[in-house]
Design a protein around this ligand. Sequence first.
Ligand SMILES: [Zn+2]
Length: 378
Amino acid sequence: MSRTNSTYQASPQNFFPFSYEETIGESAPDDFLYVKDNHLGSVLATVSDRKLPVESTSTPGTVAYYLADVTSATDMYSGGMQMPGRSFNSNSYRYGHNTQEKDDEIFNGAYTAEFWEYDSRSLRRWNRDPIVKAWESPYAAFSNNPVRNNDVKGNTDDPANTKNVVVDPGHGGKDPGTEKRTGKKDEADIVLEIANAINDRLKVLNTEYIDAKTNVTNTRTEDVFPSLKERADISKAAQADLFVSVHVNSAPDPEADYVSVITQPGANDVSKTLQTNIANAFNGVVQTKQGIYSNADNAEQNLSVLRNQNASTGAVLVEVGFITNPKQEDLLNNPNYLKNIGNSIAEAIFKTAYPNAVKKLDIPPLPAPSVRSYIWQD
Ligand SMILES: [Zn+2]
C-alpha cells in the first residue's frame, strides 16, 4: 500500500500530541498495529510495524531512510467528529472516538456502539437511551461530557474520575484484636461491622451524586487475617486514592476515653484532608469524654499500614474508642453506634474524594417512551 495518494505524509510533523499509545492485534508478525490515541480514548492514528524504505537519490540502490507505515490518521473535534479533510484511512480501520466503531454509512462522524448510535456533530445519541435516568435527557451521551467521560459500549455513564478507596478492617482470623469482656464482641468483629457500613453508605453516595463514583476494595470481608504487609499490598495493587484502616483502641487505664484519626508523620496533603474530614464527621456521632484526637501532637504515628502505601495515597487509621473502657465497650457493642461511625467515615471519604460533588436533582423519571412519541405531529 502506498502513502502517496493520501493527504497525510508519514512524517513526524504531521502527527498529533498523543498522550499515550498501545499495541493492538498480534495475530501475525506483519500485522502489528500501533494505536495512537488521546486522553479520550479516541483513535487518532494507527501505524503498522512495517518500515517503508526510501531509496537514496545520491547512492541509488541503498536505503536513505525509512518511513512509518501509517494505516489511518484522523484529527477530531472534542466531541469525536472528524475534522473535514483531515482524515486518512488505508485499510478501513474501523474505530474512532472513544474507541467506538465508525458508522460512515450513516454520515461522517456517526459512531455505533452496542447500546447506542452517537452523533458526534451534536454530541448526543440519536436513539433514545433505554435506561431511564431521572436527571438527564434520554438523548444525552457520556453524561453530557464527552470530553471527560468514557462510555465505549454506551450502556453506562462511567465517570473517568472514579476514585479507588481501600477499607481495611483491622485484625481478624487468628488475631481477634484487643482484649474484650466476656460476652462482648472482638475488636475484629466490631471493625468489620464498621467496614460494612462504610461500604453500604459509599454505594448509596455513588448513586446520589453526578459524575462521582468510588470504587471500594476491602482488605478483608470476613473473619480472616491478612498480614500488615498484605493489607498495604492490596491497597497498592488497587491503586488506592484513599485508604482507611479501622481499629479499636486499648489502654491500661480504663478511664482512657477518646477517638483518634491517625496519620503517618510527614503524611501527604490528601491524608491530612481525609484526617480532618473524618474528625469533623465524627463530631456529634462518637461519644467520648476526652474528644477526637486528629492533629500532629496527638494523632501521628508511624504505622506499617500507613507507611507502606503508594506516595499519592491518602491514608489514615482510625481508633474508634477504647474497648478497655467499659462505657466505650458497651457503645461499641451497639450495632447502631457502629453504623453511624461507618456512615460518617464514608461521608468523609466521599467528601475528600469529591469536594465539589453535585447532587442529582430529585425529580421523577420521564415517562417511558410511547409509540406516539415517535410520530411527527403538525
Ligand atoms: Zn487494632
